[in-house]
Every structure is written in structure tokens, then in C-alpha cells.
Design a binder for this molecule. Structure first.
Ligand code: PLP
Length: 426
């Protein structure tokens, strides 16, 4: 309560803006994830790896727009691509353009795809890819895993699909990282299953790494019964030059993308083998329509290409991921012997505070085993803001390229003193 009172005192402008916003938006909000109590912080600008709120506090941005903000707020390549596009090309041309084929070609070579299509969000990418899988197989059911998040209307908490999910009757939920369970569940659905849809690391679920055995089993069992194996790389494609699938030696029939790949603009894409993607080939009789006014909007096609081609080159991606792993290791060292740990991979991680006593990174295997102490997590979130770190309330950290090492080291020290200060709670 003290920390919340302090937050209210520090942020009068955010409070005033929230009181105005509730008259315009339900709860003053248009992205549920960003709603927080006592009220959400309102940001007014971003520069490089930092954001500044309406009360003029500047933070190191660890939200990183939930991985979409990889390039930061003012990357020169992205900015010049955007300004050139606006001034010399135009916004949306109502026609096919060379830019979309150029970007698709780059994505094909980076992520081992036969063909690719663009859309406007990760949610859309999954919806279209699922429609494709259903068309290709002629089946309807889809296996997903609790804790999985595949978009706003494709969300699976602990044990059941969220109430706003599309196609409620067609989901079959398994437990993440349960190898034998996945085999039994998938193979038991022979004749009914269109696809297995899974994240290589559950991002929104709490940065839970999928084991190689579990993911390989999902792929093998799907193939055994003629279903497609779909990997959601909306968050994870940044973790290796060829995406997480390359590190795990997976060969998905369909892969979905989004986030940073649009250079910071609204973006989604899905791709896969030429044969499966041909369900979207308008030259084929009876093919699926995949429409979307902004699917090939010039800004995302150019900024996305500039980002992947000129900034996030394979060697940059490898170095960045190594830094992320080293950062997480230092954080976990600071947490030893407490109920706090950081799980994740490379530059994407999440903090956990267990309500069940001591917890290590290796304990984070599926949502069913994590009992978060939300009060402690909120205290951490509020106190880290005072230290100058902007973290998502649920505890996800998505690093931004070019964040100075001193800021990472200062965060490790801030975590250490938090745990020391609240030794009676952790
Ligand atoms: N899939 C995964 C794994 C995600 O993490 C997200 C978003 O967080 C999505 C899909 C949905 O993407 P979007 O928010 O662009 O619709």
C-alpha cells in the first residue's frame, strides 16, 4: 500500500490523464495488458532505449513493447526508412509492390520458408495460418497448450481457453512440456486434428522454455496422424538468426511471425512449405482468400526490411542473444536461495516470485507449477520504477538493442538490493 501511495504521489499527470481517459475508453484502456492499478502510467515519448512518462521521469525501457520494440525508439536505419518511404513512395498504393516480394524473399531465406504472406498482427498471422491448416487437412480441431498465447482471441490460460476465444469447441488443451501427455493427446485425435499450435518458448505464459524433446514429440505426433505442426515464433524469431526453430532443429509446416519484424510498426506474417502455403495461391481453384487492406502497407514492408537486412543481421542477433543469456545468468545468481528467479532465453525473460517458497529457473516448466506471489511481484514492479526501470507488470523483460551495459549491471544491483531489503518476504 505504501508503494502504491508513493506511485500516486509521483505521477499526478498520469493520474489526471487516466481520469480523463475513462470517459473515452472502457477503463481508460485500449490494451488490456497495459491496464494496472492504482492507474496506468502514461508515457509521452521514447528515445533510444529509454521512455519518458508524463511526469517527466525517464526509464530504461525493459517492456521493449513486448519484443516488438527490439530496435528501440530512434534507430537511425528504421527512421530513415520510414521518412524516405513517406516522402518518396507514399503510404499505401492499393497494388502489389516490389517491396513486399523483397521482404518476403529475405524472410524466406532467414527462416527457411517456402512461401510467406503478410498481415497486421501476430493474432492475424495465427488466425490465417490456422485457416490454412484447416483447409489443407480438411480437419478442424487444434491442439494447443495451457499457458499458450497466440493472440487476443487465441489465448489459453491455466486449464482453459479464455472466454473471448474464437472457435471454443475446436481447441484441445494439453500440458506444456509433458512429452508423454502430448503424444497421447495428439495421436488420440487421428482423423480430427488439423494442427498442433505451440510456442517454442511460452512468452506471455511466463517465458517458459519448451524442451527439445517436447517440441520434437509434438512435431512427430502431428505428422504421424497427418496433422500440421505449427510453430508460433511471433516472439521467439528474434532469438536466433533462423528463429528458435533453427536452434531446436524443428521443421514446422507453418510458422507465424510478428512483433519486431515490422520494424516497430503493426505487423504479422505466416509462412511454411510451398505445398501447404499453396492453399493461399489465388491461381489455384478454390483457394483461400487472405485479404487485408494494410497487409502490404509500404511503411511496414520497408521498415521491416531495413530492420532485418541492415540492423538485425545474423551476427548482431547472435551477440545480442548472448548478452541476454549473460544478463539472465547474473540476475539468477543474485536470486539464489530466494523465491525469485528469471526464466527465459536470450533477450526475452520474465521474473517470477513464487508463493510456494524457493524457486529456480529450472523449476519453470509449465503454468500449472508456477504459483506467483502477485503482491510481491507488484512491489517489485513499483520499486523498479523508482529505480528507473520500466518493466511490464506481469514481469516480462524484452531487451532493446543498444541498451548500455551499465544499465543492465545497475539493474542486477537493484534486484540484489530489492531482495536484501525484503529478505523477510523472499
Ligand atoms: N503469438 C505470440 C507468441 C505472442 O506473444 C503474441 C503477442 O504477444 C501474439 C501471438 C499476438 O501478436 P499481436 O499482439 O501482434 O496480435
Amino acid at each position: 500500500d505504501d508503494a502504491k501511495a508513493q506511485f500516486t504521489k509521483r505521477n499526478p499527470n498520469s493520474l489526471r490523464l487516466h481520469e480523463e481517459a475513462v470517459n473515452n475508453l472502457p477503463g481508460g484502456n485500449t490494451r488490456t495488458l497495459l491496464y494496472t492499478t492504482p492507474f496506468p502510467l502514461s508515457m509521452k515519448s521514447g528515445k533510444g532505449h529509454q521512455v519518458t512518462d508524463e511526469d517527466d521521469h525517464t526509464y530504461t525501457d525493459f517492456v521493449g513493447e513486448l519484443t516488438a520494440g527490439l530496435y528501440g525508439h530512434s534507430n537511425p536505419n528504421i527512421l530513415s526508412s520510414l521518412t524516405n518511404t513517406i516522402s518518396t513512395i507514399g503510404l499505401n498504393l492499393g497494388a502489389t509492390t516490389a517491396a513486399e516480394s523483397r521482404f518476403a524473399s529475405l524472410m524466406r531465406s532467414r527462416f527457411n520458408l517456402g512461401r510467406v504472406r503478410f498481415c497486421n498482427s501476430g493474432t492475424e498471422a495465427n488466425l490465417h495460418a490456422l485457416a490454412g491448416a484447416r483447409k489443407y487437412t480438411g480437419k478442424r480441431k487444434v491442439v494447443v497448450f495451457s499457458g499458450g498465447y497466440h493472440g487476443a482471441v487465441l489465448s489459453f490460460g491455466s486449464g482453459q481457453p479464455a472466454e473471448n476465444n474464437v472457435d471454443l469447441d475446436d481447441w484441445v488443451l494439453g500440458r506444456y512440456n509433458d512429452v508423454a501427455g502430448a503424444k497421447e493427446l495428439i495421436e488420440g485425435l487421428e482423423g480430427q486434428l488439423a494442427a498442433v499450435l505451440v510456442e517454442g518458448m511460452q512468452g506471455a505464459g511466463g517465458c517458459i522454455i519448451g524442451t527439445k524433446e517436447f517440441l520434437a514429440q509434438c512435431q512427430e505426433s502431428a505428422h504421424k496422424i497427418g496433422a500440421l505442426f505449427m510453430l508460433d515464433e511471433v516472439m521467439t524469431s528474434r532469438l536466433a538468426p533462423g528463429g528458435l526453430q533453427s536452434l531446436l532443429s524443428l521443421t514446422p509446416d507453418l510458422t507465424t511471425f510478428g512483433k519486431y519484424l515490422g520494424g516497430g510498426l503493426a505487423f504479422g506474417a505466416f509462412g511454411g512449405s510451398t505445398e501447404v502455403m499453396s492453399v493461399y495461391d489465388p491461381r489455384q481453384p478454390g483457394s483461400l482468400a487472405h485479404s487485408g487492406t494494410f497487409n502490404n502497407n509500404t511503411l511496414a514492408m520497408h521498415a521491416g526490411y531495413a530492420g532485418l537486412h541492415d540492423v538485425y543481421k545474423p551476427e548482431v542477433c547472435e551477440e545480442f542473444s548472448k548478452n541476454g543469456d549473460a544478463f539472465r545468468e547474473k540476475l539468477n545468481k543474485a536470486c539464489e536461495g530466494t523465491n525469485c528467479c528469471f526464466s527465459g532465453k536470450g533477450t526475452i525473460m520474465a521474473v517470477h516470485f513464487s508463493a510456494d517458497g524457493e524457486m529456480k529457473e529450472s523449476d519453470v516448466t509449465c503454468v500449472e507449477v508456477i504459483k506467483e506471489d502477485w503482491e510481491l511481484k507488484d512491489l517489485f514492479w513499483l520499486e523498479m520504477m523508482e529505480e528507473g526501470y520500466w518493466i511490464s507488470r506481469r514481469g516480462t523483460i524484452a531487451m532493446i538493442l543498444g541498451t548500455p551495459q551499465e544499465e543492465l549491471d545497475r539493474f542486477v544491483a537493484a534486484v540484489e538490493s530489492f531482495l536484501e531489503r525484503h529478505r523477510n518476504l523472499v
